[in-house]
Design a protein around this ligand. Structure first.
Ligand SMILES: N[C@@H]1[C@@H](O)[C@H](O)[C@@H](COP(=O)(O)O)O[C@@H]1O
Length: 260
């Protein structure tokens, strides 16, 4: 796991955009794994600026969303399919049909989850997976005690996550209890995982995922098993790390040709 501590959220977004740009320059038809929540939004904004200013072409990109609320009607502003259409596909000039999100409206949710897994497999797999992290250590919507080998399936949100996400809804009662999410085993199959965390409210989860034991109580700690995981942090999110100076020194002395 590579831990990169940067001065602020803009630098974190720029570093993640650098990784996406390098991938797309080499493989314009790359498959991206797409996160929602607030953390990746500055990355999508930065990529849109690079599209306009530096001729970065996203038209052939395909994408898979991490997760979705169960029961929100198609087009609901907080449905993650709609968030990714609005915040990612449209600004980057990608046909929204090239972005697939787990279907939270299907009558047969387990079958829809299996179809989603098959679609990732048929695409050749995710080249670069962007991730945020919940304050309880979840990635996607894999809440604490998720199986470390899990596949796309239905989960129940913790009250902590429902409260965290209530800011996007009219109020807590509006936040669904159930979701469908890529599993931890699914996420681990992405060839490169880039997790972003900013702000002091993420410091505990970041400590647990980077320096804590590999344990389902912190689902993001499963990234300790990944051969190519990059964790991009601002100073506040990194404030609980015991080895912060070591991570800084490692990054400062890294050869520039190496990339993330
Ligand atoms: N399902 C999403 C996660 O994918 C995201 O990482 C998390 C953190 O969100 P934020 O980046 O807004 O803190 O929120 C939601 O629960």
């Amino acid at each position: 796991m590579e831990v990169v501590i940067l001065p602020d959220q803009d630098k974190v977004a720029a570093a993640a955009a650098d990784a996406v740009e390098a991938l797309l320059r080499a493989a314009p038809d790359a498959v991206l794994g797409l996160a929602t929540g607030s953390s990746p939004l500055p990355v999508y904004g930065e990529l849109a600026r690079r599209r306009a200013g530096q001729g970065l072409d996203f038209a052939r990109v395909r994408g898979f969303g991490l997760d979705e609320y169960v029961g929100l009607p198609a087009g609901h502003p907080q449905s993650y399919a709609e968030v990714l259409r609005r915040e990612f596909a449209v600004p980057l000039g990608i046909d929204p049909g090239r972005i697939r999100v787990p279907d939270g409206t299907a009558a047969d949710l387990p079958a829809a989850c299996r179809d989603f897994e098959q679609a990732i497999h048929d695409s050749g797999g995710v080249d670069l997976q962007l991730l945020g992290v919940g304050t309880d250590g979840h990635i996607g919507f894999n809440e604490p005690a998720s199986s470390l080998m899990s596949r796309t399936r239905i989960k129940t949100l913790t009250e902590q996550t429902r409260r965290d996400n209530a800011r996007f809804f009219a109020g807590l009662p509006e936040v669904p209890h159930h979701v469908v999410t890529q599993g931890l085993g699914t996420i681990l199959e992405a060839r490169h995982v880039v997790l972003l965390a900013t702000g002091a409210q993420k410091a505990q989860a970041v400590h647990d995922l980077v320096e804590g034991p590999l344990a389902a109580i912190c689902p993001a700690s499963v990234l300790q098993l990944h051969p190519h995981a990059t964790v991009l942090l601002d100073e506040a999110a990194a404030s609980g790390l015991a080895l912060a100076d070591y991570y800084r020194q490692t990054y400062e002395t890294k050869p520039s040709w190496q990339g993330l």
